[in-house]
Design a protein around this ligand. Structure first.
Ligand code: DTR
Length: 339
């Protein structure tokens, strides 16, 4: 029997189309290459999460996407991250939102002293908060994920056991956490984490206020022999992508990346919480760091000094047109939910 030529052609086209549709994304291996900028040194948690994300995206797109990572500010520095990604100097960038307090009002509300207990809870709550409010501050980029640090504590060269000890002490912090140091009477010195090792070494600061994984990752335990446990605020981070580069990605690659948003937030928070434990074990055992716990009455007195911060933020944010009370209530609700 003789088949009509156009039927053969149709069959051939259908077979080709099916083959293409069923083809794994990796059939065009390495065809998409993306740059990913990060500001702190490679061993720190923002870069660890970056490498994990890179590995997973490359694997899940079967090699169709390859990502070149730039830790240590080699492509963009801490404060130029957002604008650098918008301008296309890097395709993807990781930024600490607390370094630009006035720019990311909604998401930086997570760094108010609202009692977020750990990085996993903070990361999931922040990501949900972002998705709910879709803040204007991110309208020029595609947000890939968000996460937070574990709560901040004081690392110092001399012991801080009371509010008296901290008066006038030069301590480094940024953003929301900086206000907290001021409220306790310290002399707050603002700078990104990437500038802190040198400032500690040169004696510009006597310590810092941040999450404790840096005791090991940046070897702060070698000079800061005291840690005062205050467990106050977290720092929020965002990973953003240049909008044109995002729009140019094939839908199946976009899906892989979008599906990883929540997972990456949770992975990073969980990694951070465990790493703080490891870091402090090492600090106490190997570096003979003294961990100072405030007794309940002292902790209460320290916390009371911070109450005005949230009230002031609500007043200021409301004046700028943000639904400030709802944002605070949502953070509290999400914190409970993920705790
Ligand atoms: N706590 C913020 C953010 C932060 C915490 N750990 C690291 C490590 C590397 C870069 C930033 C951070 C801070 O103190 O800057």
């Amino acid at each position: 029997m003789k088949r009509k030529p156009d039927a053969r052609l149709t069959l051939c086209l259908v077979v080709c189309l099916m083959t293409f549709l069923l083809m794994p994304i990796g059939a065009v291996a390495g065809s998409i290459s993306l740059s990913y900028a990060n500001f702190p040194p490679a061993p720190t948690f923002p870069c660890v999460q970056m490498e994990r994300w890179k590995t997973e995206v490359e694997k899940r797109t079967n090699g169709a996407v390859s990502i070149k990572t730039y830790p240590g500010g080699t492509l963009l520095g801490a404060k130029e991250m957002m604008d650098g990604v918008i301008a296309g100097q890097a395709d993807i960038g990781n930024l600490c939102m607390a370094y630009q307090p006035g720019r990311f009002i909604v998401t930086n509300a997570t760094s108010l002293p609202l009692g977020i207990p750990n990085a996993r809870t903070g990361s999931l709550a922040l990501w949900d908060l972002y998705k709910k409010y879709q803040p204007e501050a991110f309208s020029q980029v595609k947000v890939l994920t968000m996460f937070t640090t574990a709560p901040a504590n004081i690392m110092s060269k001399t012991a801080v056991r009371s509010l008296d000890d901290i008066q006038g002490m030069d301590l480094r912090a940024s953003g929301g956490a900086a206000q907290i140091l001021k409220a306790w009477g310290a002399n707050q010195v603002g700078m990104p984490m990437s500038a802190t090792p040198e400032a500690l070494q040169k004696g510009v600061v006597q310590g810092l206020f941040s999450s404790l994984e840096v005791m090991k990752d940046l070897k702060f335990a070698e000079s800061c022999k005291y840690v005062t446990m205050t467990d106050t605020v977290i720092y929020p981070f965002a990973v953003v992508m240049n909008m044109d580069r995002w729009n140019a990605l094939p839908p199946e690659v976009q899906k892989v990346i979008e599906d990883m948003g929540t997972e990456q937030a949770e992975w990073t928070g969980t990694y951070m919480d465990q790493h703080v434990k490891d870091s402090m074990e090492w600090s106490v055992k190997e570096q003979k760091v003294d961990v100072i716990a405030l007794d309940a009455a002292t902790k209460k007195a320290w916390d009371q000094k911070l109450q005005f911060i949230t009230d002031k933020w609500v007043t200021d944010a409301k004046a700028k047109g943000f639904p400030a009370e709802d944002i605070v209530a949502d953070i509290q609700k999400l914190t409970k939910q993920y705790q």
